[in-house]
Design a protein around this ligand. Sequence first.
Ligand code: ATP
Ligand code: MG
Length: 282
Amino acid sequence: MPKSVIEVRNCWFKYRGGLKWVLKEVSLDIEEGSFNLVVGSTGSGKTTLLRLFNGLIPWFYRGEFRGSVRVNGVDTRSASIAELSKYVGMVSQEPENQLLTFSVESEVAFGLENVGLRPSEILSKVNSVLKELGLDKLRYKVPHELSRGEMLKVAIASVLALDPNIIVLDEPTSTLEPLTAVDLMNLLNYLKRECGKTVVISEHRVEYALPFVDNVIVLSDGRALVYRDVRSLVSEGVLSSIDVDEPTLITLFKALKNAGYCSKIPLSVAEAIELLRGILGC
Ligand SMILES: Nc1ncnc2c1ncn2[C@@H]1O[C@H](COP(=O)(O)OP(=O)(O)OP(=O)(O)O)[C@@H](O)[C@H]1O
Ligand SMILES: [Mg+2]
């Protein structure tokens, strides 16, 4: 049995002053080393769900919280946000708000200074994270003057510096150019495959993530359903039923499948090319 690094049990959450339960009876497990995608229409509670994973709920966002969340076996009610940040690195929907210093280097060092590491350890950690993410050349740049994609990478680097085993990103591709979005997904997949990280992202535009994800968490009316068979999820039209735009590639191949030209729906462009070769006999 794969180990669960996040265990959500019968969680309910209503923001202080809010009238409705944003999350209702949510129970799910995030497995170690898996790539997870959270989807749902605007206001369905994606960001709220992610806030459970690093203790922002119940510690920062007040309201009525029922149920329990364990991260690496630790109940988020019994640990501080600072302690949980060693396990979960969170990149918010507006990464620029997360960038606090005047150089990429000091940005990545910031969290390490706060946990009291020695300067030599900080330097070696900063060097290795910048190298790993290909950010060496931006080392002395001002984070707020970078492109969106670069800013996002710096925000990822600064949470990775603390070496969390889980990394959570809220709608990371929402303002990225298509090629930068593809780049980002490749990076997250690298972090999963080569560094053993567990990745959780929420997204509206799912086409970039679909080739890589192991599980999809669908939020609808405050409830969460986990799909471990991503191909069935897209084939059965679950995305359109929750108001998430179906990637064009999938719509096209559904039509081809209905017309009897193929039996499978591709999750990536590479798979689509393979299927088209079969259809065209080349
Ligand atoms: N800090 C807050 N205080 C009060 N209500 C909030 C707060 N944050 C979110 N909400 C409410 O909770 C509900 C779910 O919001 P949430 O941001 O989690 O949805 P979302 O799926 O992330 O939406 P989007 O796709 O627009 O990012 C909404 O009705 C929202 O207005
Ligand atoms: Mg959101």
